[in-house]
Design a protein around this ligand. Structure first.
Ligand SMILES: [Zn+2]
Length: 280
């Protein structure tokens, strides 16, 4: 699933191509994409408006059109936005036409991606306030913030990192990579991590996300850049998808297990497994 670095890669590459352009067409080929909204209502709200800014919040791509009309796209499992997709491109669910003749295709084999319309800045703030926590590459995300988020939390730290209402944009890959970088086992109880560990984890989350962005995201599943090129971060994974391979730090064998319901990769020598809780 595209996570923050993948969505940010799409945003940064598309922004110069769409900002200042006017939306000339919006063809929803699969009405499930914008349910329960009628595709015609979406067209009425957006077609003819200039794109003021292409932004991102968590894993949402935020199209800001004139007069504070917002189209929020979530790519979910397999969504990709292609700029002038080659003829014969499969799984196209939505087409966005620009006034310069270029066309964006939203391709999504699994059909979990969504498009939502939000009118006005206050409604946008409310939308995200209800769904997303701190933006991890913003100034608000500090070690102190993460420390406060984890206090009195008995959930495994990995589950907390994956909870979009606490930290926005981190998914399975970047949680695995960050926990390894911080030498913290994914099943450690969040509230039991000390300040030093939280500081290491904070730095590791930022470092993993930045490394992902620098590599143009990770192309597993169907993620591609708007020009169809793949990201390269999958070649730099330290642990994700590497069960049975040696740990780059200690040489021990990386393992896979389930944590927070997701395929989890770790080095249990560098990231010692928590001892089972003693029964009283
Ligand atoms: Zn190791």
């Amino acid at each position: 699933m595209p996570e923050l670095p993948e969505v940010e890669t799409i945003r940064s590459r598309l922004a110069p191509l769409v900002e200042g352009r006017t939306l000339r067409a919006l063809d929803v080929l699969d009405a499930k994409w914008c349910e329960p909204l009628d595709p015609a209502a979406l067209q009425d709200a957006l077609v003819g408006r200039p794109v003021v800014r292409l932004g991102r919040r968590g894993k949402y791509l935020v199209w800001e059109a004139s007069d504070d009309v917002f189209l929020l796209m979530h790519l979910r499992m397999t969504g990709t936005l292609l700029y002038d997709a080659p003829p014969g491109t499969l799984y196209v669910r939505v087409l966005l036409g620009l006034d310069d003749g270029h066309v964006l295709s939203f391709c999504d084999p699994r059909r979990f991606g969504t498009g939502e319309l939000v009118l006005g800045e206050p409604a946008l703030d409310a939308f995200f306030a209800a769904r997303l926590g701190v933006e991890p590459l913003s100034e608000q995300f500090t070690a102190e913030h993460l420390y406060r988020l984890t206090r009195n939390r008995r959930a495994p730290i990995k589950a907390l990192l994956l909870d979009q209402r606490r930290v926005a944009g981190v998914g399975n890959i970047y949680a695995n990579e960050a926990l390894f970088r911080a030498a913290i086992h994914p099943l450690r109880e969040a509230g039991k991590l000390n300040r030093r560990q939280i500081e290491a984890l904070h730095a590791a989350v930022v470092a993993a996300l930045r490394a992902g962005i620098d590599a143009g995201g990770a192309s597993i599943d169907d993620f591609r850049h708007p020009d169809g090129v793949s990201g390269a971060f999958q070649n730099e994974f330290l642990v994700h998808g590497r069960a049975g391979e040696p740990c780059e730090v200690c040489g021990g064998m990386l393992v896979k297990f389930v944590a927070a319901g997701r395929g989890t990769y770790a080095c249990e020598r560098c990231q010692p497994r928590p001892r089972p809780r003693r029964r009283r």
